[in-house]
Design a protein. Structure first.
Length: 296
């Protein structure tokens, strides 16, 4: 499969943003079948450039992540990236996962520090493992043969008590360690993204920065997600969400329109790419891409 950095370069030369979609490993066999047999084919109709598959908190879906990436690439022919975290793993164990990925023909890895098991509490470095994602980036580049992505946070990482500018400087260090591109955490105020992008360019970051967009599907769900990841719901958006209440169907329609406008603005101002957090659902993302005239 192709390196994502080459796909991004090709799209940029054509004057178009790279489009990607993200999945998570389902918890049941039925969920697995639905993802591979229904969701992925439905999104393929929108012609995304690549996809990614998350890595459960605490490394809980290690084998499943690689298996899903393998199935997507071999059954559907779509370049897929595996997420990889530092949680609950020694460097030797990580090397084993990386070699397994190599054997499966996986060429792209998103290097993350990761969340603690259950997503709660403070991150704890595993004995013989890594404490920071820049160490994982360095490790991957040393092993060689992979295109490596990393995460960026337009509002600063929730765990960075020193503030967003310190967090952004740490991102620059991660990229200097060898990361090929950046995918951002979800955000709802494009001003946050543009401030982040402009600052990163000003301090010398030259790799592509892809904007992470989540289509709102449920008010309760998006409030829970933003509380976990530290993303801000702007006051004007909060008022609109309050009005939607528990009507998930109306929330999904609103989410499609809101994300469409977000993406239009991002594209008008030269975003390198857009990464959709699909939550393993095809409808909202495919409709947004159709609204943007990005669906063939």
């Amino acid at each position: 499969m192709r390196f994502i950095r080459d796909i991004i370069t090709e799209k940029k030369a054509a004057g178009r943003p790279v489009i990607s979609v993200e999945f998570f490993p389902p918890k049941t066999e039925e969920g697995d079948r639905n993802l591979i047999d229904k969701t992925v084919p439905a999104l393929l109709a929108a012609k995304p450039d690549y996809c990614s598959v998350t890595y459960g908190a605490g490394g809980s879906t290690r084998d499943k992540t690689l298996n899903i990436v393998d199935q997507i690439q071999k059954r559907h022919g779509l370049t897929a990236m595996a997420h990889l975290t530092c949680v609950n793993a020694t460097s030797e164990q990580l090397a084993g996962v990386i070699e397994q990925a190599r054997e499966l023909g996986i060429a792209n890895i998103l290097a993350l520090r990761g969340d603690p098991p259950g997503g709660n509490g403070e991150f704890q470095k595993a004995a013989g493992g890594f404490e920071y994602s820049h160490e994982l980036v360095t490790f991957l580049k040393k092993l060689g043969g992979f295109c490596v992505g990393t995460a960026g946070f337009p509002e600063g990482h929730i765990a960075c008590k020193e503030g967003k500018f310190v967090d952004w400087q740490r991102l620059k260090h991660k990229v200097d360690c060898g990361a090929d591109f950046v995918i951002t955490q979800l955000f709802f105020d494009n001003a946050d993204f543009f401030e982040f992008r402009d600052h990163m360019r000003a301090i010398g970051l030259r790799v592509p920065i892809l904007a992470g967009i989540i289509p709102i599907m449920s008010v309760a769900q998006i409030r829970r997600f933003t509380a976990m990841c530290g993303s801000r719901i702007p006051e004007s958006l909060a008022v609109q969400l309050d009005a939607l209440g528990t009507d998930d169907a109306a929330a999904a329609e609103f989410g499609i329109e809101f994300a469409t406008q977000q993406c239009r603005d991002l594209m008008a101002k030269g975003v390198d790419g857009i990464h959709f957090y699909t939550l393993n659902k095809a409808s909202s993302t495919t409709r947004i891409l159709s609204n943007l005239a990005l669906t063939p």
